[in-house]
Design a protein around this ligand. Structure first.
Ligand code: NAG
Ligand code: NAG
Length: 171
């Protein structure tokens, strides 16, 4: 009798559903929203530098240029908002049309709930548009993270640019 009960279709359905529930329960999503402040090269305390500058006349668009940045992550749009981390990485001008950059970003949190944790973000920065980049991993509380990052420019002054970030992390 037991053997028959174990091999019944409903038992297997129950098993499959149980695994599905466990798999679902193991994943959780986090949405983070913040801003990144970049100070241009040439401004008093630049947060961006070009290590290879084949096109000084247009460093952001020049094919072959390589840059590094260490931008400030702010909780709000106001430049005086609390600093919650750094956006540290590099850019490569890999687009002959100058419309995008290939970026490698360490999104490092230095305050708040995620202080000490980081996200690895890879992908294409769409110059002047919405960028959609991949989260390929993380450290600390974000170990084994996956997800995506949407960002766009929301404020430009003579010496700074502010990006708005929406980060969707799945673990
Ligand atoms: C963040 O964590 C570091 C290392 O544990 C600590 O020294 C620092 O005070 C923390 N910063 C904030 C703002 O909590
Ligand atoms: C950009 O930010 C600066 C400094 O906060 C502010 O004075 C300016 O009005 C902002 N510009 C736009 C277009 O929002």
């Amino acid at each position: 009798m037991m053997k028959m009960a174990v091999s019944s279709p409903s038992f297997f359905l129950f098993l499959i559903l149980s695994f599905a529930v466990v798999a679902f329960a193991q994943h959780h999503s986090t949405h983070l929203h913040f801003y990144a402040l970049e100070r241009f090269f040439g401004s008093p305390n630049p947060t961006v530098a070009f290590s290879v500058n084949l096109h000084p006349e247009s460093p952001m668009e020049g094919f072959g240029n390589l840059g590094v940045f260490d931008d400030i992550i702010l909780a709000g749009l106001d430049p005086n908002s609390p600093v919650i981390g750094r956006l540290q990485g590099s850019t490569a001008n890999t687009d002959l049309t100058g419309h995008s950059l290939t970026t490698i970003i360490n999104l490092v949190f230095t305050a708040g709930e995620y202080n000490g944790s980081s996200l690895m973000v890879l992908g294409r920065n769409q110059v002047g548009g919405l960028s959609d980049r991949s989260i390929t991993g993380g450290t600390g509380q974000f170990r084994l993270a996956r997800g995506y990052v949407l960002s766009r420019v929301v404020n430009v002054t003579g010496t700074t640019v502010i990006f708005e970030f929406d980060v969707y992390v799945t673990q």
